[in-house]
Structure formats: C-alpha cells, structure tokens
Design a protein around this ligand. Structure first.
Ligand SMILES: [Ca+2]
Ligand SMILES: [Ca+2]
Length: 278
C-alpha cells in the first residue's frame, strides 16, 4: 500500500512538472474602447482583458542568471483595430542597438488569429517588428504610426502600445495570445533573459461591452475671492466746535439815532433856509 502511495505521489509530481507555469489571465473579454497611442496606459485598458507575466526566466543567455522583470498585457478593440498594451517593469532599461535583434528590452506578443500565427516584437525605444509564418520570422509591413513606446515617468519600466489592423473585428470574434518579455542587463545585449510564454495559451473574445471612459475631474472654476470690503475711512475728527460767536451786543438804536441825525440835519438846514430868507 505504501509503495502504491509513493508511486502515485511520484507520478503526480512528475505530471506537475509537465504543466508549464503560465501567466494568469485576469479576463478574456476584450472590451470595446479606443485608446490613445502614446506609450501611456489609458485607464480604459485596465477595465478590459489582461494577463500577467509568469514563467520567469524560461530562457537566459550570456551570464544572466535571471531577473525579476514583471509585466501585464491589456487588450481593447474598436471597428478598426485590436489594441494591445504591455506595461513592463524592468530595472535595467537599456537602448536597442541593432534593428530586428530580439535581445532587447522588449515585449513580445504571440498570436494565433484564425489560421494566421504571428508575433509582435516591441522594444521600449521603438524597435518594432511584426512577423508571421508560424515562427514570426517573416516580417510584415507595419505602419510605425500604429505603435508607440515610452519609459514610465517613474523610470521603473516602460509601456508599449500597438494598434493591429485585424480582419473582421466584431463582437464574438476570438483570437489566442500570450505575452513574453525580454530583459537585457548589459548594453552589448549579450546577457539577458526571457520570461513568459510563446504558447498563445489564452483565448480572448471581443465583447460588445464598451469600456467606460474615465470621468475627467475638472477643477472647479476659480471663484474670484470676494473683494475685501473697503477699509472704513477714518472718521474725520469731529470738527471742533468753534465757540459760538458771542452774541453781538444789541446794536444801539442806530436806526433811531440815524433818524434823529437826519432830523437834526434837516432841522438845521431848515433853520439855515429860514435865516437866509430873513
Ligand atoms: Ca495610450
Ligand atoms: Ca533590462
């Protein structure tokens, strides 16, 4: 009995070794939405189908003993394109040095679409390759304006975005895909590692559901601060009341005096006339 148990456990362990460790598919429903091709991860990607990188360092070259590169691939679609974005974490972002060399800091996407097998190679600094015929080696023409790459602002990695002009884009359509990320650690690209999978193990389905554009919060319009109330003008000092002029002493009976003077003059004149007549 013990021997049977041991054989069973050994068989299970052996079987487990045969099951490759692939990425986790977070969702297979590709929502409808049109991102901006700019090397920045649009928020609507995060609502849609995605898968995380796993199976680290399945192939290493040179003196590289593996790195902790991680990444997530996202998908969106509209009537014109299937959009793919890969958000990569890479602590050694190094320049691509030769056109078409796969030993770059790059993302590779492996696809099976209807009967076509193809792959995308997209380095962080714009070295891009789309190829088919089973192993991805045969290059297809591809418009450079349909892919964008950029380092992340915090320098922890990079993002690549691609708009693939696939046929018959409509809700319900499916394709298979998997993510691989290559990480070089020396500028001569002689030392590096590949993580992920070329097995196209996940099936994605275009959904009729649309991604919800993020609500763009706008700053409330700046309101004019209330105008400060004008400082009260200092009160004018109360005028010092001038002392009321002393009431003028009642005028002497000038009126009467004048009348008396006039009468006196008139009387004198009268006397003078009388005296003259005499
Ligand atoms: Ca973008
Ligand atoms: Ca690197």
């Amino acid at each position: 009995m013990k021997r049977l148990l041991a054989i069973t456990v050994a068989a299970m362990l052996f079987a487990a070794l045969l099951i490759p460790s692939f990425a986790e598919q977070i969702s297979g429903d590709v929502l409808k939405g049109t991102p901006i091709l700019d090397g920045v991860l649009d928020e609507i990607y995060t609502q849609s189908a995605s898968a995380t990188l796993d199976n680290p360092n399945f192939y290493m070259w040179g003196d590289c003993e593996g790195t902790d590169t991680t990444g997530t691939v996202y998908y969106l679609w509209d009537e014109n394109y299937l959009y793919v974005a890969v958000d990569v974490t890479d602590s050694t972002i190094l320049p691509s040095i030769d056109e078409g060399v796969w030993q770059h800091d790059c993302a590779e996407l492996w696809f099976t679409d209807e009967d076509l097998v193809f792959k995308i190679h997209a380095s962080w600094d714009g070295d891009f390759f789309l190829g088919g015929d089973g192993d991805g080696d045969t290059p297809f023409d591809f418009d450079k304006s349909k892919h964008a790459e950029a380092k992340k602002p915090d320098g922890t990695g990079y993002i690549v975005e691609v708009a693939l002009p696939m046929n018959n884009l409509a809700a319900g359509r499916t394709f298979d895909s998997s993510l691989q990320i290559n990480d070089i650690i020396t500028e001569d690209y002689q030392n590096g590692t590949a993580s992920g999978s070329q097995a196209r193990e996940f099936t994605y389905t275009l959904s009729a559901k649309e991604a919800t554009p993020p609500v763009i919060e706008t700053e409330p319009p700046e309101t004019e601060p209330p105008a400060p109330e004008p400082a009260p003008e200092p009160e004018a000092p109360a005028p010092i009341a001038e002392p009321a002029p002393e009431a003028a002493a009642p005028a002497a009976q000038t009126g009467n005096s004048a009348a008396i003077v006039i009468l006196a003059i008139a009387a004198a004149a009268g006397c003078a006339v009388i005296a003259k007549k005499r």
